[in-house]
Structure formats: structure tokens, C-alpha cells
Design a protein around this ligand. Structure first.
Ligand code: NI
Length: 177
């Protein structure tokens, strides 16, 4: 379909709570997911949420394959997740660097639940029910936060750990999201 412009932090729609999808396997939903896929691929992102392309629906996609721009990242299965529910498993938190296509050129250290269960549906209405940990769990939490109007800088505990990518990681080719 099309690569869409990604809304940047400050845009009111990014701070809204997105609404659930009510009908699966519709042309409109498939078109939305194709736009998200195209936009994520064009930006080399690890994930994207529908509000980031201006659609306030509870839809996220994510996935990390063997991407040379993520040499150390763990693989994350390519997933379309609609109306997600995220439930932490245990109380362990982990700090890790994050970026976001809506906050270009910056990175920050964000505490996230180390393990979680997530459920939801794919675009055809099939149930998804998975356990995740580490980077996979981090990506799920980051993307699902977008559906509640939360961007990762709002979760940074120590603002000393927030800055411009080229200053934090000089000479490295680090991803925005
Ligand atoms: Ni993001």
C-alpha cells in the first residue's frame, strides 16, 4: 500500500488512548496493517503502532529478523497483535536502551518487565497467547504503550540516560526504533 509519515512526539494523537478493533479480516484492517508493514520496513523499525501513522486503533506490529542494523538484538517473531493484553510474570525489571520512530535521533534507558504473557488477536481474528522475555518482552511493552498514549521517554527514570543517538553512540549506526 504505502509508506506513511510517522507522527512525532508532541502530536496529540500519540498521547490518546487508542480504541479496540471490533471487526477482523476486513479490507480496512488489512490495508492498515499493510501500511504499517511498509512504513516499518522503510524505517528499518523493530515495531510500529497504528497511532504512529495517525490511526487511533489498538493494533501493533513488531518483529526482528536477522537485521544487520540489530547485530546484537535477539530475534523477535514477526507478529500482528490486535487488542493486546499484557500481563507481567514475576516482578523482575530490566533496564535497556530504547528508541522510537516517533522520537527520532534519540535513545533512553527504560525499565521494563523482564517476563510477561501477552494475548490478543491477529488480523484474521486468530488468538495469540505467548510468553516473552528479554528484548521480545521489551518490544511488546514499548509497542503496547503506544496504544495507551505512552511514549518511552515518559518511562525513563533517570533523565541522564536520555540523549541524542549520535552523542551517546558516536560512530555507530544505531536504529531509531
Ligand atoms: Ni515507539
Amino acid at each position: 500500500m504505502a509508506v506513511k509519515p510517522v507522527l512525532k512526539m508532541g502530536e496529540p494523537l500519540l498521547f490518546q488512548k487508542a480504541v479496540p478493533v471490533e471487526h477482523f479480516d476486513t479490507p480496512q484492517l488489512h490495508a492498515l496493517i499493510q501500511d504499517m508493514r511498509d512504513t516499518m520496513a522503510a524505517m528499518d523499525g523493530a515495531g510500529i503502532a497504528a497511532p504512529q501513522i495517525g490511526v487511533s486503533l489498538r493494533v501493533v506490529i513488531f518483529g526482528v529478523g536477522t537485521n544487520p542494523r540489530y547485530p546484537v538484538a535477539e530475534l523477535v517473531p514477526y507478529t500482528v497483535l490486535i487488542n493486546p493484553q499484557v500481563t507481567p510474570v514475576g516482578s523482575e525489571m530490566e533496564d535497556g536502551w530504547e528508541g522510537c520512530l516517533s522520537v527520532p535521533g534519540m535513545r533512553g534507558i527504560v525499565p521494563r518487565h523482564a517476563r510477561l504473557q501477552y494475548t490478543g488477536h491477529d488480523q484474521y481474528g486468530n488468538l495469540i497467547d505467548r510468553m516473552a522475555s528479554g528484548f521480545h518482552a521489551r518490544v511488546v511493552q514499548h509497542e503496547c504503550d503506544h496504544l495507551d498514549g505512552i511514549l518511552y521517554p515518559m518511562r525513563i527514570k533517570d533523565m541522564h540516560n536520555f540523549g541524542f543517538t549520535d552523542v551517546l553512540f558516536p560512530g555507530q549506526d544505531v536504529q531509531d526504533d
